[in-house]
Design a protein around this ligand. Structure first.
Ligand SMILES: [Zn+2]
Ligand SMILES: [Zn+2]
Length: 257
């Protein structure tokens, strides 16, 4: 695996190690293209920011650090700077314009919340979300993909709303068909694999395979070791083979401008 566009830094408050340690680990393991995709910074009109995102005050440092690394290691690795972005319909345009000004090159779509936007709704990663959450999650993910600004959809199977499997299949078929229609690949998320999370969820990938979706791999690194997560690669490959998915081995960041 020589391309990974999904990397966090200590700036989000729930990842460790310096960005340089991530870069070194990636280079040592043959990664050729690496993207930093910190959780997007955004200040709501009420002045609130979310703890687990890059804070506005740290934006200059985030870009400075990564630009320095890009220059320092330019002969060994191609480094991109972007964000993992929550799609918030009311604020997306504003967020997008701000990120362009900051110098962001690409967006990954990572939908972790549903519900009201000020300051945030509720997290979808809890067990057994109700049907309404699944519908809202799928609606938001589709609307986000439709903007054409996202390189791929991170952990599309993050929401555990599987009480009614027929409903799960129906809604996720809708999501997968939209991903195919808008040409947005779906990420098999390695954080889910190494952390034994609910996702990757088999049934989801079975649906994605039937619909004919394209997939990418993302380390979703929150520590140095995961900047090359060797152990999860065979698990992800097995999913690709089992469900006849089309793997894009060298995804290119979709330019934001
Ligand atoms: Zn995420
Ligand atoms: Zn992430």
């Amino acid at each position: 695996m020589t391309v990974n566009l999904h990397t966090h830094t200590y700036h989000c408050g729930h990842a460790t190690c310096t960005p340089e340690e991530y870069v070194k680990r990636a280079i040592e393991n043959g990664v050729k293209v690496m993207g930093f995709s910190e959780h997007v910074p955004f200040k709501f009109p009420n002045g609130k920011e979310l703890d687990s995102h890059l804070q506005m005050k740290d934006v200059p440092l985030y870009f400075e650090e990564i630009k320095q690394l890009r220059e320092k290691y330019k002969d060994q690795i191609e480094i991109h700077i972007g964000f993992e972005v929550e799609y918030l319909p009311k604020y997306f345009n504003q967020m997008y314009e701000q990120c362009i000004k900051m110098g962001a090159e690409y967006f990954l779509l990572g939908q972790h919340f549903v519900g009201n936007e000020e300051p945030w709704g509720h997290w979808v990663g809890q067990y057994q979300r109700p049907k309404e959450d699944l519908t809202e999650y799928v609606d938001l993910a589709i609307e986000g993909m439709k903007t054409g600004k996202f390189t791929y959809l991170c952990h599309p199977d993050v929401i555990d709303a599987t009480n009614d499997m027929d409903f799960y299949i129906k809604e996720n078929t809708r999501l997968c068909k939209a991903a195919r229609e808008y040409g947005v690949p779906l990420e098999i998320n390695f954080f889910g694999i190494r952390d034994n999370r609910f996702y990757p969820f088999d049934k989801f990938w079975e649906i994605a395979g039937k619909v004919g979706c394209k997939v990418v791999f993302g380390f979703d690194a929150h520590d140095t070791l995961a900047a090359f997560d060797r152990d999860s690669i065979p698990v992800a490959k097995q999913i690709v083979e089992k469900y006849n998915l089309t793997l894009i081995e060298n995804p290119k960041p979709v330019n934001l401008i």
